[in-house]
Write a protein that binds this ligand. Structure first.
Ligand code: G1P
Length: 275
């Protein structure tokens, strides 16, 4: 079954990326030759999505719309047959709340959810494998992560193992820290949700950081036996932090679908000249 809808929550202020994000919405932070959000939209489209909803704050709506739907520009290559629409999150009430904004547009269908902070290297895609792992409910993508992520990411409570890469999960905890870590399997920003997630979101009270957490809603559906995890070996690059942003920029420049060879040469020459 092809999943046709993708939701991209991109309304955060990007405070960890100051000063870049003082005026620029974090979804439009340039990564090589295109804004972060375009890499993410392209990934969803490679997996078969044709209807994309980007959740934005009111201030950034016009800029994001202009990027994807400008009447004065040619459509972006590869996105000619894709509808990209923005939806406004009226107040910064957290990632779970942002996803909840898409409920009406999604209209009961299963949908991919992709975080704009996490970028996949083209060719190292996970969404199609997640769709394969699905058994009617939701699927979250996880990766075996080092300890320093335990305060930064959400982590799942492992359940029954189905295959080498697929397991049931019985819960999820946002930023558990080393003391409460249920596993080292961290949520890396790719999800395939069934519509039940919206009820779980609306039942979730604000928690970590005073925000409505998506991980709490995942915890609920997992507790009802409706969520699996797909374990990826691929690294998703984090463009939400200055140090990993530089790494993401370099890796995506090297792996660029059109200019990878040229970029590799430029980076190698720059290193030689700086020695
Ligand atoms: C969010 C999610 C977290 C996930 C992370 C991945 O955290 O809440 O569960 O592991 O993205 O980037 P945030 O970056 O909003 O703190």
């Amino acid at each position: 079954m092809t999943i046709e809808v993708a939701v991209i929550p991109a309304a955060g202020r990007g405070t960890r990326m100051r000063p870049i994000t003082r005026a620029l919405p974090k979804s439009l932070v340039p990564v090589v030759d295109r804004p972060a959000v375009q890499w993410v939209v392209e990934e969803a489209v490679r997996a078969g999505a044709t209807e994309v909803y980007i959740i934005v704050d009111a201030e950034s709506q016009e800029l994001v719309e202009r990027h994807f739907n400008s009447a004065e520009e040619e459509p972006l290559p590869g996105l000619e047959d894709v509808t990209v629409q923005t939806l406004i999150q009226p107040a910064p009430r957290g990632l779970g709340h942002a996803v909840g904004v898409a409920e009406e547009a999604v209209g009961g269908r299963p949908f991919y959810c992709l975080l704009v902070d996490n970028l996949a290297i083209p060719g190292e895609d996970v969404l199609a494998d997640m769709a394969e792992a699905r058994n009617g409910g939701s699927v979250v993508c996880v990766r075996d992560l080092p300890e320093e992520y335990l305060d930064r990411y959400g982590f799942v409570v492992p359940g029954l193992v189905r295959t080498d890469a697929v397991l049931e999960i019985s819960g999820a905890i946002e930023k558990p820290g080393i003391k409460n870590a249920p596993s080292k399997l961290g949520l890396v920003g790719r999800y395939l949700f069934s519509a039940e997630i919206f009820d779980a979101i609306s039942e979730s009270a604000p928690s970590v950081g005073g925000e409505v957490q998506l991980t709490d809603a995942i915890d609920k559906v997992a507790g009802e036996g409706l969520c699996r995890a797909f374990i990826t070996e691929y690294e998703l690059l984090d463009v939400g932090l200055p140090e990993s942003y530089l790494q993401a920029l370099t890796r995506l420049a090297l792996a660029h679908p059109d200019h990878g060879a040229r970029n590799t040469q430029i980076i190698e020459d720059s290193l030689t000249e700086n020695r």
